[in-house]
Design a protein around this ligand. Structure first.
Ligand SMILES: [Zn+2]
Length: 80
């Protein structure tokens, strides 16, 4: 993870998830929202893998509950 901003945000969100103050799926949503707006994250070639590791770690559902987006589409989005 090259982005310092995401690193500290992820830490904050993760603490909230552990305290049950934030749903894991919500945390993943926040991560993706940040990536969409962040050039550093978009240029980080390892980030999609690291995000996947975070997802497994917090046991968020693979498909973000937004309806249609499959996990594959989701990966493309993370790489975009
Ligand atoms: Zn970032």
């Amino acid at each position: 993870m090259q982005c310092q901003r995401l690193r500290s945000l992820a830490r904050e969100w993760f603490l909230k998830v552990r305290e049950d103050a934030l749903a894991p799926a919500r945390m993943m949503e926040f991560i993706h929202r940040h990536i969409r707006q962040c050039e550093t994250c978009q240029r980080d070639p390892d980030l999609p893998q690291e995000v996947e590791k975070i997802r497994e770690f917090i046991r968020a559902p693979e498909v973000i509950p937004q309806g249609e987006s499959s996990s594959e589409e989701w990966e493309e989005e993370a790489l975009a």
